[in-house]
Design a protein around this ligand. Structure first.
Ligand SMILES: *Cc1c(COP(=O)(O)O)cnc(C)c1O
Length: 422
């Protein structure tokens, strides 16, 4: 029975997985937080390591039979430390949200004050949302972007930090296209006696590929995901100085989690090795070049790009420049119907609530994995803008659908016969 393949033991699930690999192959994927993993990463995450319980850390486990997972986790830690030049790495966090939870639990006490970015301007749920553990357990105060430039106002950060005396400052967001001044953030943190946590969930892949300024020398702690631009399995990770290592490890286990996902830790180790190559550096540079080319193409069609452009892998567009009545939700749905998958997003000072929003978030990591370069993503950008502008013209939409289909077919994530599972 255990040897029976999924296609025989559960054809219903096999069919659903195959439908999703088909969806992944036939649409142009522009969700800034998604990517396509290598077969090697998929094999490690789909391995028998899922069977092993190993609460604790290498050499200090609460279960027998951990000799090999000790080696696997140690290898993942060593690779992460080498790749990022960090003194300490925790690779057990199940997700980016739990990496943040582990850090807050490890370094702060409930009720402590944290200064983070406004959620409607790019901050993450775990940066103090009232419906998230972070906003429930900690006292969040926030900074934002300058209304004119739509860039983080460092003088405002300093001013609020001096007035509020937070225990921690959080920098690094989910929907922000500009480079942050890590040194200035650290200077402000030092001035008010706060810890600096950089949430690099989105940009860690660019940092690994040397395509973005490195926060690690400046921050006390850097949290990240492994599944966004970094192109690893779904998961989280934490990098820190040796000084905070023990507290952070305890914050993850036992404070926030039970046993680690050993299959995912193995897949993280595979992804760190992949991200250490020259090919990966070229990939990271191409992600950034593609985002710039696509933002320019979209702007060239008269669709306003928030802050006027991008320095990283993503950008936001302001749909009010197309039509005051066009919501992000409706625009994202329309683009999905022509084969472009992305998400709607609030923009700075958005008059609409997050569930409708006035913007779209557009990212290039996944399309770049598929081999698209500047000319292809620029064409996608023009088709996207054209579809928004001509959304009531069936011929415009049909042209976009056809051309997007051709591009997706010419730049597939996986070959046509690729199975949806290992
Ligand atoms: C994606 C993201 C996270 C959380 O990642 P999950 O793995 O979805 O929990 C945390 N912080 C930021 C800034 C993110 O963009």
């Amino acid at each position: 029975m255990f040897g029976t393949p999924l296609s025989e033991s559960d054809p219903q699930m096999e069919a659903l997985i195959n439908r999703d690999v088909e969806r992944q192959r036939t649409h142009v994927q522009l969700i800034a937080s998604e990517n396509f993993v290598s077969r090697a990463v998929m094999q490690a995450s789909g391995s028998v390591l899922t069977n092993k319980y190993s609460e604790g850390y290498p050499g200090k486990r609460y279960y027998e039979g951990c000799e090999i997972v000790d080696e696997i986790e140690s290898l993942a830690i060593e690779r992460a430390k080498a790749l990022f030049g960090a003194e300490h790495a925790n690779v057990q966090a199940h997700s980016g949200a739990q990496a943040n939870m582990g850090v807050y639990y490890g370094l702060l006490k409930p009720g402590d004050k944290i200064l983070g970015m406004r959620l409607d301007q790019g901050g993450h749920l775990t940066h103090g949302s009232p419906v998230n553990f972070s906003g429930i357990l900690y006292d969040f105060v926030s900074y934002g972007v300058d209304p004119e430039t739509e860039v983080v106002d460092m003088d405002q950060v300093a001013e609020i930090a001096r007035a509020e005396h937070p225990k921690m400052i959080v920098a690094g967001y989910s929907a922000y296209s500009r480079i942050l001044d890590w040194a200035r953030f650290r200077e402000i943190a030092d001035e008010v006696g706060a810890l600096l946590m950089v949430d690099a969930a989105h940009i860690i892949g660019l940092i690994a590929g040397r395509a973005h300024p490195d926060p690690i020398p400046h921050a006390h702690v850097v949290t990240a995901t492994t599944h966004k631009a970094l192109r690893g399995p779904r998961g989280g990770m934490i990098l820190s100085t040796a000084e905070h290592a023990a507290a952070i490890d305890k914050g993850v286990f036992p404070n926030a989690q039970g046993g680690p996902l050993n299959n995912h830790i193995a897949a993280k180790a595979v992804c760190y090795a992949e991200a250490s190559t020259h090919q990966y550096r070229a990939y990271a540079a191409q992600i950034v070049a593609n985002a710039a080319a696509m933002a320019a193409a979209v702007a060239g069609e008269g669709v306003r790009v928030v802050s006027g452009g991008t320095d990283n892998h993503l950008f936001l567009v302001d749909l009010r420049s197309v039509d005051d009545d066009l919501t992000g939700k409706d625009a994202a749905r329309l683009l999905s119907s022509v084969g472009i998958t992305l998400n709607f997003n609030t923009i700075p000072f958005d008059p609409r609530p997050p569930y409708r929003a006035s913007g779209l978030r557009i990212g290039t990591p996944a399309a770049t994995t598929c081999g698209m370069k500047e000319s292809e993503v620029a064409e996608v950008g023009r088709l996207l803008a054209g579809a928004l502008r001509g959304r009531s013209d069936a011929r415009v939409l049909e042209h976009a659908r056809q051309r997007i289909g051709e591009l997706a077919e010419a730049f597939p994530a996986y070959p046509p016969d690729f199975p949806g599972h290992v």
